[in-house]
Design a protein around this ligand. Structure first.
Ligand code: MG
Length: 286
């Protein structure tokens, strides 16, 4: 099942994608947000809840919100694709593989929905793309062993971990380049975990103005999803709606020769097999 968040008539809503339309579910489930629903007993009964119901809003023209508009945590893996690691080395950067998954946190205020604009900040010209598979947590947990990790996954979505490169490299800590407002596209929806088998290799492609700039698959991850969940949940309790962006494969603009970045007027798309396409235009910060 596909689940999403949206804005309609000035109000936030969430629902299921049914027959190319949206079936609003907040009132039907008593859950104000999609994150609440993922943690509720109703989530296991989702097929029964939508059974026989018709969509009430068209997908066409929908104002998409980030799938989870305000996750408590957005945990982002870095250096998590072997092909990306190799391109970084080829670009002349010194970098060693870590023994443990390197992560950073992104703030929800940086997020944007499908088809909403990515904002290039006034202070930088190095706005770069990073197409990523996003894992969305359902069942909460602390100290989750890797072999139990899949039980905590509610579903999958697409993240574009858009990066402001020169800010990322102000210090060894990369957080400043990863948290600008309007740089976290997340969507268009989540696909529940029952539709994508654990360990399945999903093709991931990123297109800039229609030209393919990343083409890889999730089998190239260095630290697979169970390892990321085990590691993150050692630090803090993962709660429903938490997001884990699992890192990006090769093909980012920073590692290209010559380097290449996004500018106002560009259109960036990230497509992941079995999930869909996350599409965003780029605008200049007002
Ligand atoms: Mg990333």
């Amino acid at each position: 099942m596909k689940l999403l968040s949206y804005l309609h008539a000035g109000r936030e809503g969430w629902g299921a994608v049914v027959d190319n339309g949206v079936l609003p579910l907040a009132q039907r489930t008593g859950c104000e947000s999609l994150a609440d629903f993922l943690g509720s007993e109703g989530f296991a009964r989702r097929e029964d809840i939508v059974h026989g119901l018709r969509p009430e809003l068209p997908l066409d023209g929908l104002h998409y919100l980030p799938v989870i508009p305000r996750p408590e945590k957005i945990v982002c893996a870095v250096r998590n694709y072997m092909d990306h690691h190799q391109e970084v080395l080829a670009a002349g950067m010194q970098r060693e593989l870590s023994e443990e998954p390197p992560i950073f946190l992104r703030v929800w205020r940086s997020q944007v929905g499908h088809e909403q604009p990515i904002v290039r900040p006034r202070v930088s010209e190095t706005l770069d793309w990073e197409g990523e598979l996003a894992v969305i947590i359902g069942k909460p947990g602390r100290d989750i062993p890797a072999e139990r990790a899949w039980e905590h996954v509610a579903g999958y979505s697409i993240y574009n971990d858009v990066s402001v490169r020169e800010w990322q490299f102000h210090a060894k800590q990369i957080a400043s380049g990863k948290n600008f407002e309007g740089t976290g596209p997340f969507g268009p929806w989540m696909v529940t975990a029952d539709e994508i088998a654990p360990e399945r290799q999903l093709r991931l492609t990123t297109r800039l103005n229609g030209e393919t700039v990343q083409d890889s698959h999730t089998g190239h991850m260095i630290f697979p999803i169970p390892r990321l969940i085990a590691y993150a949940s050692t630090i803090f309790t993962l709660v429903p709606g938490d997001v884990i962006a699992t890192g990006t494969p090769a093909g980012v603009g920073w590692s290209r020769k010559p380097q290449r970045f996004m500018k106002p007027g560009d259109l960036i798309e990230v497509e992941i097999e079995g999930i869909g396409t996350l599409r965003n235009p780029v605008v200049m910060q007002a």
